[in-house]
Design a protein around this ligand. Structure first.
Ligand SMILES: [Zn+2]
Length: 103
C-alpha cells in the first residue's frame, strides 16, 4: 500500500488526465448517486447532495442560532433522510438562483 502522500500525489496526477462533467445523477436503491466513473477516464460528479446538505445545515443555523452543532447536524440528517429527488432538486435550484444572482 502506498503512503498517504504517495497515493494523494498519484490521485492528483490522474486527475489531470481525466475528463469531468458535473450533472445530476438519479438516486439508486434509495441512495444519492454522488458520482460515476466510466472506463476510458470520464467521471461524472453530482454536486447536489453535498450542496443541499450544506445549504440545509447552514439555514438551520440561521433559524436556530442558539442550537449546538450536534443539534443542527441531527436536524439536517432528519431532513435529508426523507428528502425526495424533487425536493432535492428544488432546494438545489433555489440555491443556484441565489448564487448565480450574486455573480
Ligand atoms: Zn454547523
Amino acid at each position: 500500500m502506498a503512503s498517504r502522500k504517495g497515493l494523494l500525489l498519484h490521485v492528483l496526477s490522474r486527475l489531470g488526465e481525466l475528463s469531468f462533467e458535473e450533472r445530476y445523477l438519479p438516486m439508486h436503491a434509495g441512495r444519492y448517486t454522488e458520482g460515476m466513473w466510466h472506463e476510458g477516464g470520464r467521471i461524472i460528479v453530482n454536486p447536489m447532495p453535498h450542496i443541499v446538505d450544506t445549504v440545509i445545515h447552514e439555514c438551520l443555523h440561521e433559524m436556530y442560532p442558539k442550537y449546538r452543532e450536534r443539534a443542527i447536524q441531527s436536524l439536517t440528517g432528519k431532513l435529508l433522510k426523507k428528502l425526495s429527488e424533487d425536493e432535492l432538486q428544488a432546494i438545489y435550484a433555489a440555491y443556484r438562483r441565489k448564487v448565480d444572482a450574486n455573480t
